[in-house]
Design a protein around this ligand. Structure first.
Ligand code: VL7
Length: 135
């Protein structure tokens, strides 16, 4: 039985989001707005099928995938790049690789009780986010 991430999660900590955005080439004006945001994640999970929605007051982002199945991801409203993306289980962690123009791009999610962690990687930058379950 895989871990179940289903639920609603609110951000409580966000380390080096600025460095991650710079690595993605996000312009200064957008970064200035983006770094004030308090994202909420809504996970809809049925076994190995996921929808992860990221909501903010500025922009929203949604990603649907099945574990182990590569898909074309367009990071619309983020850096607007095309990636060949695959997410796999590493025990109960979700490990994403986003192949494309940017080296070493991807993310990892894991849970500890009512805390959800997200590490976002791009080139030499790592952003570490922490979320608390609210539903
Ligand atoms: C990661 C945003 C900064 C552009 C707007 C800020 C909008 C949120 O990859 C992500 O989630 C994964 C893992 O949970 C599942 O899809 C979304 C958001 C990072 C990078 C780019 C700044 C403009 C923030 C919509």
């Amino acid at each position: 039985m895989p871990a179940n991430y289903s639920g609603t999660w609110d951000i409580v900590d966000n380390q080096n989001f600025e460095g991650y955005m710079v690595a993605l080439g996000i312009d200064f004006a957008t970064r200035k707005v983006a770094r004030m945001l308090k994202p909420q994640k809504v996970f809809e999970q049925d076994g190995d099928s996921f929808i992860i929605k990221t909501f903010t007051t500025f922009r929203n982002y949604s990603s649907s995938f099945k574990i182990g199945e590569e898909f074309e991801e367009i990071t619309k409203g983020l850096d607007n790049r095309k990636c060949q993306t695959t997410i796999n289980w590493d025990n109960d962690k979700l490990v994403c690789v986003q192949k494309g123009e940017k080296k070493n791009r991807g993310w990892t999610h894991w849970m500890e009780g009512d805390t959800l962690y997200l590490e976002l990687r791009c080139e030499d930058q790592i952003c570490k986010q922490t979320y608390k379950r609210t539903a």
